[in-house]
Design a protein around this ligand. Sequence first.
Ligand code: PLP
Length: 392
Amino acid sequence: MSRKLKQGFATRAIHVGQEPDPGTGAVVPPVYQTTTFAQEDPGIHRGFIYSRAQNPTRTSLEQNLASLEGGRYGIAFASGMAALSALVMHFGAGDHFVVGENIYGGTYRVLTRVFNRFNIKCSWVDSRSVDNIAAAITSTTRAVIIETPSNPMMTLSDIEGTARLARDRDLLCVVDNTFMSPYCQRPLELGAHVAFHSVTKYLAGHSDVLMGVLITSEDDLAEDLYFVQKSVGAVPSPFDCWLASRSLKTLAVRIEQHSRNALTLARFLDEHSEIKRVYYPGLPTHPGHELAARQQSTPDGHPVFGGMISLETGSLERARMFIKNLAVFTLAESLGGVESLVEHPAIMTHADVPREKREALGLTDGLVRLSVGIEDLADLQDDLAAGLAALA
Ligand SMILES: *Cc1c(COP(=O)(O)O)cnc(C)c1O
């Protein structure tokens, strides 16, 4: 085990939890598409009883994800929102969270319109400043939840500073690491207690699996999260776990290509006169660039900025025109797949965020978000050029 932990990221992505099947020697572990497990005598079993509680294909995946994030425990769920909801269920009525205001729209929705029913309270703060987070902490605060870079404004929050504050005040620090993946950013190494992912995005990476995961090294927290997982039951199917394990094996090469393509396209867009503003932490003009260069790095230590870009076209009409003239970028919600996607946050992913709040964040009707895929860079650049030509 200790030798495994020292292995590199790409090696662990391929091998942890993916040992050849002891029964047959199959190099790829089989998908255990079963709901139940035979017992020798009542109560005498091999650690697997019923697949809501445990399934070997899920366990393999959870071990792999925990290893990549540098955590001891991975707890997988049927979607990112199911994972976040399980985390909220660790808490109870009257508990309060301090949450970064520029966060995934679904996270905002479930906290303000579902968990509010159970008297879970939230304060929404601009988490770019750790002082803002500190100022919102009350005697009932139990956790701080941030997302960095944020969706879709690509603002940066300081994970190390936030985690230090949370530890000083005896709170949990939770980081939504979906946009980065553990190849680009490892919140637990920076002091956070929980890294949270929509596995649906970069980790599964092919736009064909919906899944979420919580990763932590805290023993008591993990024990309770496994308890919530089996009790509430929002678990991923064995086949989806198998697909996600297969995808993780190429995570390192995929993210390198997403990031290379995105950096070049961000520079191209930034220099183009039809675009008012480009939000990409890899650009030196981005206000969070220095923090990004420090906090976002590959496991071998070079800065990396991921595949997500937002851009300001100036108006709803211009955003529509730009999108309409793209052919390689597909208009769709979601992100992190091998194929390039484009979306309009105000109408699509962030429609549930009230207009005043959207505008305060800079999330205008002219904002367009790109998830840059791993296609040929020249084809992607030609495609964006065609969209921009329509704006001239
Ligand atoms: C998609 C997403 C989620 C929610 O995950 P699902 O798998 O869609 O439930 C949470 N956070 C971020 C940043 C996301 O992009």
